[in-house]
Design a protein around this ligand. Structure first.
Ligand SMILES: NC(=O)c1ccc[n+]([C@@H]2O[C@H](COP(=O)([O-])OP(=O)(O)OC[C@H]3O[C@@H](n4cnc5c(N)ncnc54)[C@H](O)[C@@H]3O)[C@@H](O)[C@H]2O)c1
Length: 365
């Protein structure tokens, strides 16, 4: 009996030993601190080919070990799982290597930049028995999670969903005050060319991946899209008409950047209720304001969501899935795949001006 209790305690206190690949901005602003704050994970290792960045991050975050070679971090038997926090173009390759080395993977969003590469990774994930989660941390925003729960359990059928993600022209004024001072290195590994120069593609991948995932998390599978893109005064606005698999209609608005404050949220109309949500710039670590109206009691329901460190919560969820086999709360390989398909379909629809079925698309954004 005593032994059993001790074993249970060991199970509960075991921490996931995480190795973070990439010491760039997202690791500095989110992943290092999140691993250190998570109750069930440990910042065990960090890795970046830029030695100067590694040295500075070691001084601040004190991981047990550090590497400048990813293969060496993967060869470390103490590393249980890796967080892949590098440029989108390298995600699939790094995730595939990690799984070959037997490591669980939390890969930043978007899963990849082409459907074919993501599909190969999906085959590998299914064959490996390892956990792979995508870094769509908004699923861990307590307000969005509350909306998801209400939609699943109480709302009945969905009629329509609208979602918007509009970055602000003042984003850097805001985030510079909220984030730690980001350190950069001339030795950092970057994709060929400058992917950020093609703004249309870059914005769709980096911001569109959040919008599409939130729409799918709340509204379910997307079947087809018809998208229009307007570019004016260096601003990009995608209006996307959506057909969901259950026959509901949707409208997505991705605008980069609006000449006002950060503007993100959603509205869902259902059979027994409706949901309205306002999401804040993520670096406030503030839960979305979400109101779920239920016709069952004629009342609005909302939660406080006092712990809204979504990046920490996503690591805790990831660690629980690995350590205790709990159901994955984050986006899984199918969600990652579907998000990339949706983004590619949006691109194709902008080019053709027609409705595009997700099942038909190939290639990249
Ligand atoms: N979830 C979010 O809110 C959020 C926010 C910002 C960025 N992101 C995502 O995070 C990812 C990383 O963004 P970033 O701005 O930090 O990237 P970045 O390219 O600026 O930095 C990545 C770092 O990884 C290193 N690196 C890359 N490949 C490596 C390898 N094979 N071995 C060793 N080191 C390697 C580079 O040297 C660089 O220092 C992107 O996919 C981006 O979309 C997510």
């Amino acid at each position: 009996m005593l032994r059993l209790k001790k074993q249970a305690l060991n199970k509960d206190t075991r921490k996931l030993r995480v190795g973070v690949l990439g010491c760039g901005p997202i690791s500095q602003a989110a992943h290092f601190t999140s691993c250190r704050k998570a109750h069930n994970a440990e910042l065990y290792a960090i890795c970046d080919q830029a030695e100067d960045l590694v040295e500075r991050m070691v001084a601040i975050h004190e991981p047990r070990v550090s590497y400048i070679d990813y293969d060496q971090m993967l060869a470390d038997p103490q590393v249980d799982a890796v967080i892949i926090a590098i440029a989108d173009q390298f995600h699939v390759e790094a995730a595939r290597k990690a799984m070959v080395a037997g490591k669980h993977v939390l890969v930043e969003k978007p899963l990849g930049v082409s459907i074919e590469a993501c599909e190969e990774l999906r085959t590998q994930v299914h064959a490996s028995g390892l956990v792979l989660q995508i870094g769509n941390m908004k699923r861990f925003d307590p307000g969005i999670a509350f909306a998801h729960h209400f939609i699943q359990e109480e709302m009945g059928q969905m009629l329509a969903l609208k979602a918007w993600y509009c970055d602000s022209t003042y984003r850097y004024v805001l985030t510079d005050n909220l984030q730690p001072i980001i350190m950069r290195s001339a030795k950092a590994r970057r994709p060929q060319g400058n992917p950020k120069a093609d703004k249309n593609r870059y914005y769709l991948l980096t911001h569109g991946s959040h919008l599409v995932d939130t729409a799918r998390f709340l509204g379910g599978e997307i079947k087809s899209v018809q998208a229009r893109l307007v570019e004016k005064f260096d601003a990009y606005c995608w209006f996307v008409a959506v057909e969901f698999a259950d026959g509901s209609v949707g409208h997505l608005d991705l605008t980069i950047a609006v000449r006002m404050d950060w503007h993100e949220g959603f509205q869902v109309y259902g059979e027994y209720g409706s949901v309205i949500g306002k999401t804040y710039n993520p670096w406030y670590f503030r839960a979305s304001d979400v109101e779920c109206f239920s016709v069952r009691d004629d009342q609005y329901h909302r939660i406080l969501g006092e712990d809204a460190h979504f990046y920490k919560l996503q690591i805790e969820g990831f660690a629980d899935t690995i350590l205790h086999k709990t159901a994955m709360q984050g986006a899984d390989i199918e969600d990652g795949m579907a998000a990339v398909r949706t983004l590619v379909a949006i691109s194709r629809s902008v080019e053709s001006g027609t409705w595009v079925q997700l099942a038909d698309v190939v290639g990249g954004v």
